[in-house]
Design a protein around this ligand. Structure first.
Ligand SMILES: Cc1cc2nc3c(=O)[nH]c(=O)nc-3n(C[C@H](O)[C@H](O)[C@H](O)COP(=O)(O)O)c2cc1C
Length: 333
């Protein structure tokens, strides 16, 4: 079993820590990825983007596909259900400057399932493999590794055959890595993730890069997943919402230091920077609404979480945001 100190590779890309930032719709945008990177995150993924929408012009789509010099390596994740449209989406993802093309076959939200995308395709292994094959061709042409995100099963009562057919087929088609969310599509995000399943996947594919997802809620649990299951890396999702320090804390643990929570002054500096990143991405009109949900997450770390949460909920302008920071996050604490 691994120790949690190893590096791993996705194609030619060497990744310095076996803990990465998972894709998070509504959260893992450029502003947050940059913060996480500065705190030691070695690799991240955009939220899922519909294959046909990668190149749509319009502020929201431009923000979804934004990347920058200090945002590498990052995968651009696309979702769709036709090999042809996914191949076109993959090409656009490469043109945007992402380092890896990631394919989503895991999303459990009803809208995606109704449109036969994301987790719906866990029930159609042959189609998934066809899509992977088509996108790997694009990846080869443009020099980008292709990865995929899947779930353990479609329905909780299903067997695992579809998973193994997808995994085997994607591996043979040339996918460089697979991220496995160890829950069924039906479970969405509830119930415990089946880490023993991750152990079995890695045992079955010892030469393939496997990234585990599910219940990585603390820095300790990230390293425990790697140690207990043998996966190459653990993806942190809900555990990193409002906690970009997660990656710093994992590196502390690796170095034998006990992870320190950030001081109020450190929290303020990060929230200040996060807001500036949101303004850059979405503009000053939209940034306050985007940042309210982040304020709610950040407030959980504050000694007066309820008051601070309410103050963030009331934010309507950039001035409001900065007033909350001044009021509750003193420079010296
Ligand atoms: C709010 C939210 C948004 C998510 N968006 C995506 C997404 O766009 N693409 C994806 O592959 N997974 C997405 N996920 C799934 C996470 O990447 C992760 O697999 C899942 O939350 C399990 O990890 P956890 O139990 O440690 O949170 C999302 C999860 C949450 C909670």
């Amino acid at each position: 079993m691994q120790t949690g100190t190893q590096t791993f590779r996705i194609g030619p890309i060497e990744i310095s820590l076996p803990v990465v930032l998972a894709p998070l719709a509504g959260y893992s945008d450029l502003a947050y990825r940059r913060l996480c990177r500065r705190m030691g995150c070695p690799y991240s993924t955009t939220e899922m983007i519909l294959d046909r929408c990668v190149s749509i012009r319009g502020r929201q789509h431009i923000a979804l596909t934004a990347t920058a010099d200090d945002d590498h390596p990052t995968a651009g994740q696309i979702v769709g259900n036709e090999p042809e449209t996914m191949a076109v989406g993959a090409r656009r993802i490469c043109e945007k400057g992402f380092d890896v093309i990631d394919l989503n076959f895991a999303c459990p939200v009803n809208k995606a399932l109704r449109r036969r995308r994301g987790g719906y395709l866990m029930g159609e292994p042959a189609r998934v493999v066809e899509i992977v094959r088509a996108v790997v061709e694009v990846g080869k042409e443009l020099g980008r590794p292709v990865t995929l995100k899947v779930r353990q099963r479609n329905k909780t009562t299903d067997g695992e055959e579809n998973f193994w057919r997808i995994a085997q087929g994607a591996r043979e088609a040339g996918a460089a890595a697979v991220t496995v969310h160890a829950r069924s599509v039906e479970q969405k995000y509830s119930g415990p993730a089946d880490w023993d399943f991750l152990r079995r996947v890695k045992e079955q594919f010892p030469g393939w890069v496997v990234i585990g997802s599910g219940d990585v809620l603390t820095p300790e649990s990230a390293l425990a997943m790697v140690r207990q299951t043998g996966v190459d890396a653990a993806a942190v999702a809900r555990g990193a919402l409002g906690n970009p320090w997660f990656f710093h804390q994992v590196r502390d643990l690796q170095a034998g230091r006990s992870p320190q929570p950030p001081s109020l002054a450190e929290q303020r500096d990060v929230m200040y920077e996060h807001f500036a990143g949101a303004v850059e991405l979405y503009g000053p009109q939209k940034a306050p609404a985007i940042m309210r949900k982040w304020g709610i997450r950040y407030a959980r770390m504050h000694p007066q979480p309820k008051q601070v949460r309410m103050a963030f909920v009331a934010v309507k302008t950039p001035e409001d945001w900065h007033d909350v920071l001044k009021r509750y996050y003193p420079r010296c604490d």
